[in-house]
Design a protein around this ligand. Structure first.
Ligand code: SF4
Ligand code: SF4
Length: 70
């Protein structure tokens, strides 16, 4: 099962990854990190993630630290 791992402390809440995901699996979360940013959350109830890593490549802060393709 494909999925991503987010380094929440690195997320600056630019939401470029939200727009990039072809399956719309990344959402603005309610949780905040120590900088007060609303960090993203990976929301994939139907296991649609492609493991394409487009989100990780788009992130300027390397906050999507791992992508598993399953
Ligand atoms: S692109 Fe990176 S910094 Fe921007 S919201 Fe996504 S994970 Fe956070
Ligand atoms: S790996 Fe691809 S499909 Fe999965 S969350 Fe990232 S952009 Fe979306």
């Amino acid at each position: 099962m494909s999925h991503i791992v987010i380094d929440k402390e690195k997320c600056k809440a630019c939401y470029l990854c939200v727009k990039e995901c072809p399956k719309n699996l990344i959402k603005v979360g309610e949780e905040t990190n120590s900088l007060g940013n609303h960090v993203i959350k990976f929301d994939d109830p139907n296991h649609e993630c492609l493991g394409c890593a487009m989100c990780a490549m788009r992130c300027p802060d390397l906050a999507i630290k791992e992508v598993y393709r399953g």
